[in-house]
Write a protein that binds this ligand. Structure first.
Ligand code: PBG
Length: 331
């Protein structure tokens, strides 16, 4: 390895000498087209409302939502993922199915604004719409009823497709949800609406700020349907099942504490893999940066690079627009 007196012959540092060389040999890149911006729209407001645990993220009104989506399109993002916050929540989440419900109206607004410039996605789950905050309807004794929830998801899928959505994102972790949604879409002649399945979704403390974002006060926890953080093999199983049921893209969520699961899923399936860089991951970096404890921009870019390196083809991130500005638009 060494030549007498001349030091090492093999010097990996050589390829790190200049920025140009480092750029040339970089194994992983993050591009605006790979980023999806989650957006919140709240019924009955005219000014955007800040979300205190997610500084820089807001609950949009219908009109500011359209502006945010237009900006996302200009920046060359891959898409937007829409979440609705209804004025009234109830036990069955009826606002999710109502064609006049906030999320369905917002889908039509955004599709009208951006057309085909952006993939418009919508969360397909009941938790933003239920007064108990669970992702499904409950039995008399308070358990989440898988199969009755599936029927609600089918209706929700039809309503979102009718509103014009490009891609639905079932995130409730009910067994069989992708198959039921695919059937419902196909039966309603929406064969071209695709499914981004939240396949390996874990019962995570990192969803905390999201609850504030959608005004949800969850009763109990989600451990009977979201996965145990101890399990990676099970995450792969869930992803394979979703591919079999017709998922076009499978997703791992959260991202940072589950980079190994992203890698395993990437190696196991033959569809694109997405990862959700969730609210708590955003809040951690923002809080540390606000305190001057970490350098914000490099920390964000390192985070997104790590998620890509783990194997994610697509990243849902609250930093999507800002990161796209740093990275340079490819639009
Ligand atoms: C369910 C849903 C949640 C998130 C996305 N879709 C909340 C949950 O399952 O508890 C969380 C996203 C985030 O934390 O950024 N509708």
């Amino acid at each position: 390895m060494t030549t007498d007196g001349l030091g090492p012959t093999i010097r990996p540092r050589r390829l790190r000498t200049t920025a140009a060389l480092r750029r040339m040999v970089a194994e992983t890149s993050v591009e605006p087209r790979q980023l999806v911006l989650p957006l919140f729209v709240r019924e009955g407001i005219s000014d955007p409302q800040p979300i205190s645990s997610m500084p820089g993220v807001v609950q949009h009104s219908r009109s500011t939502l359209k502006a945010a989506a237009a900006e996302a399109a200009e920046l060359g993002l891959g898409g937007v993922m829409l979440f609705g916050i209804p004025e009234h929540k109830d036990a069955t989440g009826s606002g999710a199915i109502d064609p006049g419900g906030i999320l369905n109206l917002a889908i039509t607004d955004v599709v009208g604004e951006v057309g085909d410039a952006l993939t418009v996605m919508s969360d397909l789950c009941l938790d933003e719409f239920t007064d108990h905050g669970h992702c499904g309807v409950l039995t008399a004794d308070g358990k989440v009823d898988n199969d009755r929830t599936l029927a609600a998801y089918a209706e929700m899928a039809r309503a979102q497709a009718h509103a014009g959505v490009d891609m639905v994102g079932p995130s409730g972790m009910m067994d069989g949800q992708v198959a039921v949604i695919r059937d419902a879409l196909d039966a309603a002649e929406h064969t071209d609406v695709s499914i981004l399945a939240y396949s390996a979704k874990y019962a995570s403390a990192f969803f905390g700020p999201f609850r504030e974002a959608v005004d949800s006060s969850l009763q109990g926890d989600r451990r009977t349907y979201q996965q145990d953080s101890a399990n990676a093999v099970e995450g792969v199983r869930e992803a394979l099942l979703d591919v079999d049921e017709g998922a076009d893209i499978v997703m791992v969520k959260p991202a940072l504490a589950y980079l190994d699961v992203i890698r395993r899923v990437r190696d196991a399936v033959d569809v694109p893999v997405a990862a959700y860089n969730v609210s708590g991951e955003y809040a951690m970096v923002e809080a540390a940066a606000a305190n001057g404890w970490i350098d914000r921009e490099p920390a964000i870019l390192e985070t997104l690079t790590a998620i890509r390196r783990a194997g994610a083809d697509v990243i849902l991130t609250y930093w999507a627009a800002e990161a796209a500005r740093w990275l340079g638009s490819s639009a």
